[in-house]
Design a protein. Structure first.
Length: 265
């Protein structure tokens, strides 16, 4: 298991390692950027809480390719490369949240969310009703060599919430309702709350269409959906690199993840 969590924020690491040990899988946590780790000694390396890749993406992807040359990497390096830049949303071929990818020519929406295409945890993300502020933030991202994402803020997430579907080896494990991350006065991951949710048939149908676009093996996938103003589901994000899996909400989820790993090895 690869990680980068010096502050101990990953509360899913130990439950997963415990489930693997109980299944007879010898595993340990390693930092992806530790130069002394011999990745070839492992049958597989499972990428998990690599939350520092945002500032070191090129370095992280170079590591992923090196590791994959000597062991089985899950998820694969090509998946990580695509998924760590949210411009992948342009090519999914399924309904996604409307997104404008530049500071000029912005649509007129009542409220905007502006963020960089390479980011995590609502970092460098703003929510505003001020079109000029939204445009200025997008322009600042461009000036810094980053691709901006400009999206409408969807009011229905306040009541409906985001629905996240968790798949292990392409099998649905569980789904959760997540509260919005950009509530005024709160920020990012500090504001995330969740509860189990039974996904609607149209949400499952869309999630599985998304998975069908990815030919590579996937140990885990989290597909975050919202509903548009017409009630139809749309993808807001596809998490294939370092998603929080909400294992604490589904006691059997670590076992299902373990089974998925065993089936892929």
């Amino acid at each position: 298991m690869t990680f980068a969590d010096p502050d101990g924020h990953d509360d899913e690491r130990e439950p997963v390692l415990r489930a693997w040990r109980e299944a007879g899988i010898e595993a340990r946590a390693e930092r992806w950027d530790d130069p002394d780790v011999d990745w070839g000694r492992y049958d597989a390396a499972v990428v998990r809480s690599v939350w520092d890749y945002v500032d070191r993406r090129d370095e992280f992807l170079a590591w992923a390719r090196r590791a994959e040359s000597v062991t089985r990497l899950l998820n694969p390096a090509t998946v990580l490369e695509t998924n760590t830049d949210k411009t992948y949303l342009r090519d999914l071929g399924v309904p996604t949240v409307p997104t404008h990818w530049a500071s000029d020519g912005m649509p007129y929406w009542e409220e905007y969310v502006v963020k960089p295409a390479i980011s995590a945890g609502a970092r460098d993300t703003i929510r505003t009703t001020d079109r000029a502020r939204a445009q200025a933030h997008a322009a600042a991202l461009e000036a810094d060599g980053r691709t901006p994402m400009v999206q409408p803020y969807l009011d229905m997430v306040e009541s409906e919430g985001e629905t996240s579907l968790l798949y292990f080896n392409r099998r649905l494990s569980h789904a959760v309702r997540r509260t919005p991350m950009l509530t005024p006065g709160k920020s990012g991951a500090d504001n995330i709350e969740a509860q189990l949710r039974t996904p609607a048939p149209d949400q499952v149908e869309l999630a599985e269409k998304v998975l069908a676009t990815i030919p590579q093996a996937l140990l885990y996938a989290r597909i975050d959906l919202v509903r548009l103003s017409d009630g139809s589901p749309a993808v807001i994000e596809l998490e294939l690199t370092e998603p929080y899996l909400y294992l604490y909400l589904s006691p059997d989820a670590p076992t299902r993840l373990t089974t998925a790993l065993t089936d892929l090895l």
